[in-house]
Design a binder for this molecule. Structure first.
Ligand code: HEM
Length: 420
């Protein structure tokens, strides 16, 4: 039996919209064209919880406001992660060989989730972050020393992808020369739209199998070498060793995907977001003590993962709405982070915001991002190394955005560096 339902006694009449409809926010065009903001604002005003039927991903509930999402995430027995954490539900018409799911603890409920998260969590403690700081800073500094000033280049490729990939390669002690494979695999795994056709799903799986085979080799090598601080060795020398290889692979993939697009798009937002708020950028340039606040504000403003999904485990009332067992409930962090009932000036990057870390970009509750400290560390070091060199990123032209309703970010962004 799941725990208590959400705290509204009266039944509310649910606004139900039929796709195609502007409130079907699973449609990727609104993100690629950067016009999602007024759509979510309208939902927050008129029907913060509503239902969409007949979308490309089936029927689902939109939950668009901060407190409601927080509340739902605090009830993981009633709102399960085990049926998947993106809007994609199991494809109905896919052949069996394409309907494969790697076990990942982000998509598990208690008690399995707790057991597996416990193995990973020690790799992200403050003391581990301290240990990694030297190398991450050195790599970041090295990259900034090679960037051209006054010449256009693509920030996404040269900075965001490169630094994120380096960060993950350090975490896994992954062969340095092959590190871009991490990016490639992660891009495929995070591409939720691949599941829509048989052809793209087949291609996606081919990349996942390639990654699996590569990590299998690393596992075998490390098994012989003995204990070491990298994440693969930690997993080998933990209870995960007794788990099946499939579980090990699933969790490795989770760490790559979890850390990759998210951190990458936060780094791109360091350039793009600050360029949208030049007065705040100047404040930051004049006062590097604002860097920790800037890290949080940029992560909130960008919201690198637009949503997470939960599935109702029983019929119940969700803030007065009649929800059925098995219903898909989409928690739109991208909207909650702009919730005017919770944030003053929600659309602005505002460095003096009171309590800047209170955003939902890392989720909330038992699944809250285990890698949050590492992402924050990487962003802080990026801003610090830029400040040391008095570098400003000028975004020249509109960036090319990712076409997806899950990963929220940038594909390409032309910039030119100047000094101040
Ligand atoms: C979980 C966002 C960086 C690994 C999550 C969740 C979100 C998130 C929204 C799910 C929370 C939920 O379901 O309630 C982000 C953002 C990041 C980031 C915005 C960067 C700015 C990282 C990094 C890693 C990582 C660097 C590791 C290298 C994970 C893992 C989980 C997770 C393993 C699953 C946690 C669980 O289910 O208990 N992240 N993440 N993430 N993240 Fe991150």
């Amino acid at each position: 039996m799941a725990t208590a339902a959400t705290p509204v006694e009266e039944t509310v009449e649910t606004v139900v919209v039929e796709a195609p409809h502007p409130w079907d926010v699973s449609v990727s065009d609104i993100y690629v064209e950067d016009r999602w903001q007024p759509i979510f604002k309208e939902m927050r005003e008129k029907a913060p919880i509503n239902k969409v039927v007949g979308s490309a991903y089936g029927d689902y509930w939109n939950v668009t406001t901060y407190k409601e999402i927080q509340h739902i995430e605090a009830l993981p027995d009633l709102y399960s992660s085990a049926q998947g954490i993106t809007i994609v539900t199991d494809p109905e018409n896919m052949p069996e060989d394409l309907n494969i799911k790697l076990p990942m603890f982000i998509a598990m409920d208690r008690p399995e989730h707790t057991e597996q998260r416990r193995v990973i969590a020690p790799a992200f403690t403050p003391s581990e972050m301290e240990r990694m700081t030297g190398e991450v800073r050195a790599r970041t500094a090295e990259l900034f020393d090679t960037l051209p000033v006054g010449e256009p280049f693509d920030w996404v490729d040269r900075v965001s992808i490169e630094l994120t990939t380096q960060m993950l390669a350090i975490l896994f002690d992954f062969p340095w020369e092959d590190r871009r494979k991490l990016t490639e695999w992660s891009d495929w795994m995070g591409d939720v739209e691949s599941s829509l056709t048989e052809e793209s799903r087949r291609e996606q799986l081919a990349h996942i199998y390639e990654a699996g085979a590569y990590f299998q080799r690393l596992w075998d090598e490390r098994l012989e070498k003995g204990e070491a601080p990298d994440l693969i060795s930690r997993m080998i020398h933990s209870e995960m060793r007794d788990m099946d290889q499939f579980t090990f692979m699933g969790n490795l993939m989770l760490l790559i995907v979890g850390g990759n697009d998210t951190t990458r798009n936060s780094m791109s937002a360091c350039a793009y977001g600050l360029s949208q708020f030049p007065e705040e950028r100047e404040k930051l340039e004049q006062n590097p003590d604002l860097i920790p606040a800037a890290v949080q504000e940029i992560i909130r403003w960008q919201t690198p993962l637009a949503h997470m999904r939960r599935t109702a485990t029983e019929d119940h009332e969700m803030f007065g709405h009649q929800v059925k067992e098995g219903d898909s409930i989409i928690l739109w962090y991208i909207s909650a982070n702009r919730d005017e009932k919770f944030f003053d000036r929600p659309d602005d990057i505002w460095l003096e915001r009171p309590k800047p870390g209170r955003h939902l970009s890392f989720g909330y509750g038992i699944h809250r991002c285990v890698g949050a400290r590492l992402a924050e560390l990487q962003l802080r070091l990026l801003l610090e190394e830029m400040a040391k060199r008095r570098l400003r990123v000028n975004v020249i032209g509109e960036p090319e955005r990712v076409s997806a309703c899950f990963v929220h970010g940038y594909k390409k962004m032309q910039v030119e560096l100047s000094t101040y």
